[in-house]
Design a protein. Structure first.
Length: 430
């Protein structure tokens, strides 16, 4: 999206853009068993290879696939499970680097012990001679690497599912755009950095799509999610609102209750990815919810209804926020002002994905899932901070500044929110 804010790009791709930090903040094991009890087992077992598979979306996808009787292989560097164990035992786990220009155990640093102690790291060549019914690529961010993986796997796999992004589109100015909208382009297609502020993210995703389709012509599915949210989300994007409202006081609600809003629960996306495998679905799809156009006020009202002592909401209009430097799409997580260059933001069509079997849960399920999960996430953050401090002390390094694990990683800081609210109220007295 040439006009898309770079911070939003970072949000939409943050799970990988921030490397180990975001990935290792994925869901805790206790939250990986949240499938619907009605999830049926499939009669025809598929062999599924997931490139990645241990971050936020990956474990949910593995969980669904196993519950439906499929056989799963994951291929990755083994980095994430060094901090969060990969709990699925009935999964083949291959360790290596998907970048053919790097050593198989490369971690971009001197510590070669980050790989799983039982792993024998190899490159992509270990995928040769094996066969899969489908490949799910949720860790491809540079077209050269996607091309290398897809070309190699085309000889022994039937179906390639590439997880792209809504950011792959050139613009979000036009409301109700569908999958035929123009894709983002890069002036330098060979660039292999996201850019200082993530400005290359969308263009790189579009090029990755093309690389996947070139190797699997007529046999590729391109999935373009927007905000992937729910239990285990390491970014606190959507999480900010139910947690902040649960903490009481007064919360600043930006914009208008009628502003549009879109997202997809990670569990719904995982379920649909496995269905895509089962059905052999191909083509490009906007993986966006809810079922009907989302309304920002309804989302916040659902957060209020889910807690005992909710915060009161004070709605502050977009025009005032813009006049005070807080009207952009990155001032408050998830929300974006639906005007100007952002008029199509949160208004993408999703009919094609729904026709292809994408099911979407009500927002109340997402909100309660987050509220049930987040206390354990605070515990996890505190534990990781302690472990990092202990590791630094063992090496004789100065300790990193201690972060409060209860502080949300998205949204305005409490002091900033109070100041904005006070300024807004003062402006109404004049």
């Amino acid at each position: 999206m040439s006009k898309l804010s770079t911070t939003r790009r970072q949000f939409l791709g943050q799970t990988v853009l921030v490397g180990g930090v975001a990935v290792t903040a994925a869901s805790l094991p206790r939250n990986r068993r949240q499938l619907s009890p009605t999830t049926p087992r499939t009669a025809a077992a598929k062999r599924i290879l997931i490139l990645g598979g241990t971050g936020f979306l990956g474990p949910k996808t593995v969980e669904v696939a196993l519950a439906r009787g499929h056989r799963v292989t994951v291929f990755n560097r083994g980095r994430t499970e060094k901090r969060i164990p990969f709990e699925f035992k009935d999964v083949e786990h291959l360790y290596g680097n998907r970048d053919p220009n790097l050593p198989a155990d490369d971690e971009r640093g001197p510590d070669k012990k980050l790989l799983h102690p039982d792993a024998t790291p190899k490159g992509l060549e270990q995928l040769v001679g094996k066969s899969w019914d489908a490949v799910i690529d949720n860790s491809g961010y540079y077209p050269r690497m996607v091309e290398a993986s897809a070309k190699l796997l085309a000889a022994n796999s039937k179906h390639y599912i590439y997880i792209s992004s809504i950011s792959a589109y050139a613009s979000q100015k036009i409301p109700d755009a569908d999958e035929t909208a123009e894709l983002a382009r890069l002036s330098d297609p060979a660039v292999e950095t996201m850019g200082k502020n993530g400005e290359n993210y969308g263009g790189l995703k579009a090029l990755c799509e093309q690389a996947a389709e070139a190797s699997f012509p007529g046999h590729a599915a391109i999935v373009r999610p927007g905000y992937i949210v729910g239990p285990g989300d390491p970014t606190d994007r959507f999480t900010y609102w139910p947690v902040r409202i649960s903490r009481g006081g007064e919360v600043l609600a930006p914009g208008s209750p009628d502003d549009p809003i879109q997202w997809i629960d990670v569990r719904d996306l995982a379920e649909w990815l496995v269905k895509i495998v089962e059905d052999g679905t191909v083509g490009a799809f906007n993986a966006i919810g809810p079922v009907r156009r989302g309304r920002w006020g309804d989302v916040l009202e659902t957060c209020v209804a889910a807690v005992k002592n909710p915060a009161t909401r004070t709605w502050v209009p977009t025009a005032w926020l813009e006049a005070n430097g807080m009207g952009g799409e990155d001032s408050f997580p998830i929300w974006a002002p639906p005007t100007g260059e952002l008029a199509g933001s949160h208004r993408w069509k999703n009919e094609r994905a729904k026709k292809a079997g994408m099911k979407l849960r009500p927002v109340a399920d997402t909100v309660t899932g987050i509220l049930d999960w987040f206390p354990s996430e605070i515990e996890r953050r505190a534990r990781v901070a302690k472990q990092m401090a202990e590791a630094a002390a063992a090496k004789g390094d100065p300790p990193a500044p201690a972060a409060d694990p209860t502080v949300l990683r998205a949204g305005p800081a409490p002091d900033a929110e109070r100041e904005l609210l006070a300024k807004w109220k003062a402006s109404q007295k004049k």
